[in-house]
Design a protein around this ligand. Sequence first.
Ligand code: ADP
Length: 435
Amino acid sequence: MNQNWRGAVVRRLLLLVGACLLLGLITGEYAWVLAGGLAIYLGWTLSQLLRLHKWLKEHQPDEAPPDGYGLWGEVFDSIYHLQRRDQRVRGRLQAVIDRVQESTAALKDAVIMLDSDGNLEWWNRAAETLLGLKTPQDSGQSITNLVRDPRFIEYFERNNYLEPLDIPSPLSNRRHLQFHITQYGNREHLMLVRDVTRLHQLEQMRKDFVANVSHELRTPLTVISGYLETLLDNVDEVNPRWLRALQQMQQQGARMQSLLNDLLLLAKLEATDYPSDNQPVAVDLLLLSIKNDAQALSAERHHRIHLEADPHLKLKGSETELRSAFSNLVFNAVKYTPDAGEIHIRWWGDEHGAHLTVQDTGLGIEAKHLPRLTERFYRVDSSRASNTGGTGLGLAIVKHVLLRHRARLDIASSLGQGSTFTCHFPSIQVVRRGQ
Ligand code: ADP
C-alpha cells in the first residue's frame, strides 16, 4: 500500500469514528454507536473480500474484476494487471516452446530426452518413424526395453559416449541408424538418432569392391608367381640378362600377394562386428609360437626377444585373428629395430583386464604420426617401409581385431629410443584360471 492509500484509509476511519462520536453525542450511546459503526465497516470489508474470492475462483480468462470501492478497487485492479502480465509471459514462453517443438518435429533426425535412469521423457516425430516409439504409451518406459539390440544396451550402460554407435534399426534390418548420446544436467541423456542407411550402403559397396578386386587379382597373381618360380628354379636355362629382372618380379609378386592377403583379411574383419568363435585362447602359448616365428624372421639380425606371459590368463576370442594382430605387432618390432636390438613381449593382467605389451629398442616414431598410424597404408616413412616389405595394412588389421575383441591399442614412442605398443583387453574378455 503506498502512502496515499494509507492516508486515505486512516482518514476514512477517522471520519467513521468522528461520525460515530457525533451520533453518540446526539444519542448519548457512544459505545454502541462506535461498535455499530465498526461492525458496518467490518461487514463491508468482508463483503469486498468475498467478492474478490468469488472472482478469483470463478472468473473466465479475460473477465475483468468486479468494480471495487476505494482500496479494494485498487487491490482488484492490481491483481488483474498481475494476471494479465503473467498471461502475456506464459503466452510468449508457449510460443517459444511451440516453435522448438515445430522445428524438432520437422527434423529428419530423432531427438529423444531420457532421464538419469534412461526412461523416456520426450521425443519428436522422427523418433516414432525411426525407432517405432509410441506416443503416449511409451512415456516413462526404459529405452533399453524399446531398443533391445545387445550392442545398444552395452553402449548405453557403458556411459562412455565419445564415439557414436551404428546398428540396424529395431524396425527393419535394412535400415541403419547411428546413435549419439550426450549427458546433460543431472545425468539426463539427450539422444540423437540419424538414418545412415545410405552411408552404410556406400561403405558396404566400398568394402565389397575391395574384397572382390582382391579376390579376383589373386588367381592371375598366383599363376604369374608360379611361372616366375618355375623360371627361377631352372636358373641355368635363363638368359643371365633376365635373372635380376625375374628376381625382382618374384619379389614384387610376393609383396602383391601379401597385400592382397591383408586386404582380404581386413575385408573379412569388417564383415561382422564380433568374431564367430569366442573360445578361451591360451595367449601364452600363442605368444610363444609368435616369438619363435619372430626369431626366425630376425635370423642373422640377432634380435634378443624376451617373452613374459601369465599362463593363467586366457582371452575369449578368435585365435586366428589374435594371432594375426599379435604377430603384426611383434614382426613390426623386429622389422623396425636395428640388428641385435631388444624386444620385450609381456602378457599380464590387473583389475582392469589383461594387457599385451610389445616393446622394442628400435627406430621409434615421431609423436605427430601416432594418431594416424592405424590408418590403412599410412606410413611414417615410405623408404623405411619399402625396405622392410611392409604392406602398410598391419596396424589397421591390429586395430580391427582389437575392436572386435572390445580392446584398444595404445602406442607410446620416441624417435631413436624405441616404441611400446599395448593392447588393453577389458575384464569381460578375459578368463582367469579357476573361473
Ligand atoms: P607396415 O606393413 O608398413 O609395417 P603397419 O601398418 O604395420 O605397416 O605400420 C605402419 C607404419 O608404422 C610402418 O610403416 C612403420 O613406419 C610404423 N611402425 C609400425 N611399428 C613400428 C615399430 N615397432 N617401430 C617403429 N615404427 C613402426
